[in-house]
Design a protein around this ligand. Structure first.
Ligand code: PHB
Length: 350
């Protein structure tokens, strides 16, 4: 069965191996949200992966939930991303941009005083990440039905800019309790219009954005990031099999390139139920160890394996996995800090 170093057909692309860099928010693109030379160096160091998924990238200024995360809605951002893409392509790795709207996981301070939006006016439990003084999330405003197509248009605009920047494709961030997930799951969607109630309605926004991406890119260059584990940002669903099963079937019918499933090793993992419904590439993620990742590939339980924290701390992760070398420890203090420390200064093997 498959090995980490085997190539992999992903849509019409060929990946040089089966290791994937997970999307990782690092908050190092400044207030302009334009990728910079330090970001180029960070991605270049990790282009040993067959596929790089960029950190979550906002589709508009109103999609923002964290300071200094990059965007893809203006021309400066296209130029900044193009430098990242070119550096990654020089090492024969492929790179998809993860497109993001946070919905209710934000704060008026990040939105020019505006109230965050969501499927319904339901306040998330917990505190806003990284903002000081520490504060609870506010109650979001439910999007009016006539506002929804403008958000789909923002996603599509970002997908068009992604082509200009030279990316290999786009990944929709439909996971981790952000806007698309807020529409999808029952705990956060109490709407009574065509975007709420039945699973067909709750998945409507997700599929409308996917269809917009397919119009721009073709299905071969579109991926979707799902979190069937449902535990991020106060999420929940009354019928996870029904909800995620429907989404996976719909995505399979559209022949998109991949699904990235954040949950693989969870005790109540839905992946063994979901994966047979999908015809494309299945990328496993979350809590993988070098051993479990190799076993998942060998057993054919996923087509590719993705690491986040281990890739932050080990720029040369592929080499270390192949050699069974020890891994550097992650320093959580520098995850969202400024500058090179804890970003581009983790050492490679001698
Ligand atoms: C985070 O910064 O904590 C974060 C960002 C995006 C995610 C999940 C977590 O999808």
């Amino acid at each position: 069965m498959a090995d980490l170093l085997d190539s992999l057909k992903l849509g019409d692309l060929l990946l040089k191996n089966r290791l994937v860099l997970a999307p990782l928010t690092r908050s190092r693109s400044g207030d302009s949200r334009v990728p910079n030379d330090l970001n180029v160096e960070y991605y270049q160091q990790r282009a040993n992966a067959g596929l790089i998924l960029t950190e979550a990238t906002v589709i508009s200024p109103s999609a923002v939930g964290y300071a200094k995360t990059p965007g893809l809605y203006n021309q400066q951002q296209v130029y900044g991303w193009k430098k990242v893409v070119d550096a990654v392509h020089q090492q024969d790795a492929k790179i998809f941009v993860q497109l993001w709207h946070v919905g209710r996981i934000s704060d008026p301070e990040l939105l020019n005083g505006e109230t965050p939006v969501s499927a319904s006016a339901i306040k998330p439990a917990g505190h806003v990440s990284l903002l000081r003084p520490k504060r609870e999330y506010v109650t979001p405003r439910a999007l009016e039905i006539n506002e929804i197509q403008a958000i789909v248009a923002d996603y599509k605009h970002a997908a068009v800019l992604a082509k200009e920047a030279g990316f290999d494709g786009v990944e929709l961030h439909a996971a981790n309790g952000y806007l698309i997930d807020q529409f999808l799951q029952t705990k956060t969607n109490h709407r009574e219009d065509e975007y709420g109630g039945s699973v067909e309605n709750r998945a409507r926004l997700l599929l409308q954005v996917v269809d917009a991406f397919i119009e721009v890119w073709g299905a071969d260059r579109v991926g979707v990031h799902l979190a069937p584990r449902r535990d991020a940002h106060d999420m929940g669903d009354d019928d996870p099999r029904g909800t995620f099963g429907y989404v996976v079937e719909q995505l399979s019918q559209r022949h998109i390139a991949f699904i990235f499933a954040r949950e693989y090793q969870a005790e109540d993992s839905l992946s063994p139920y979901l994966r047979p419904k999908f015809s494309g590439v299945w990328i496993a993620n979350e809590n993988l160890t070098p051993e479990s990742a190799k076993k998942i590939l060998a057993d054919g339980e996923a087509d590719a394996v993705s690491f986040g924290k281990a890739y932050i701390a080990n720029p040369d992760l592929l080499d270390r996995l192949v050699k069974n070398a020890p891994l550097n420890e992650l320093n959580p203090e520098t995850l969202y800090a400024d500058g090179a420390e804890g970003y581009t200064d983790y050492p490679a093997l001698k």
